[in-house]
Design a protein around this ligand. Structure first.
Ligand SMILES: [Zn+2]
Length: 191
């Protein structure tokens, strides 16, 4: 009989292990808006980030939820893909858009292991993401040797003249030509 098994038997321990994993997976099936569920999704993002390191990626993981269901995951693949934009959040959003067959993540939540960098924050804005949940801060990222805080500081407090990369406007008379073509296109898809 099951109950007669010693609690410390290998079979029992194995069952407990499986039960634990199944409970974890079940959260993706029946999520709620409860903070406990948000913590479980965050645990998943942190797991992605940790696993990413072992796989040669950066220590960042993210996922996209819609209606409480997982629609995309991503980990940092900058060095593995030779792509400086392959941050976890951007990767998760790309996967979510492919999954949902849309360019808009309106109504979605981005759960990320670390505060989004300015690029990912902007990407989430462009995607019309409803909400972002993050765990580690830009200060934590700085501790890890990453420049998120430094880049935020550039945008928030430093004039462009002192940025490490030159950003200059080139004034040409036809600078608005692409927008004129866009506005003149009757069947454009606004985003
Ligand atoms: Zn980023």
């Amino acid at each position: 009989m099951f109950r007669s098994r010693p609690a410390t038997s290998p079979a029992s321990r194995e069952n407990q292990h499986h039960t634990s994993e199944e409970t974890f997976v079940n959260t993706s099936v029946q999520p709620t808006a409860a903070p406990a569920t948000e913590r479980q999704w965050m645990d998943r993002a942190i797991d992605l980030a940790t696993t990413s390191v072992a796989g040669g990626g950066g220590p960042f993981g993210a996922l996209v939820l819609r209606g409480g269901e997982l629609v995309g995951t991503g980990n940092n693949q900058v060095t593995t893909l030779l792509d400086p934009t392959a941050h976890a959040e951007v990767t998760a959003m790309r996967h979510a858009c492919r999954e949902l067959d849309t360019f808009s993540l309106d109504g979605c939540v981005l759960v990320t292991s670390c505060e989004p960098c300015p690029m990912c924050l902007s990407s989430a804005l462009w995607a019309r993401m409803d909400r972002i949940l993050f765990s580690a801060s830009r200060d934590d990222a700085a501790y890890g040797g990453f420049d998120d805080r430094k880049f935020y500081d550039l945008f928030e407090t430093k004039p462009r003249a002192v940025w490490p990369m030159q950003v200059e406007q080139v004034d040409v008379p036809h600078r608005t030509r692409p927008f004129e073509a866009w506005l003149a296109k009757d069947d454009r898809i606004d985003y």
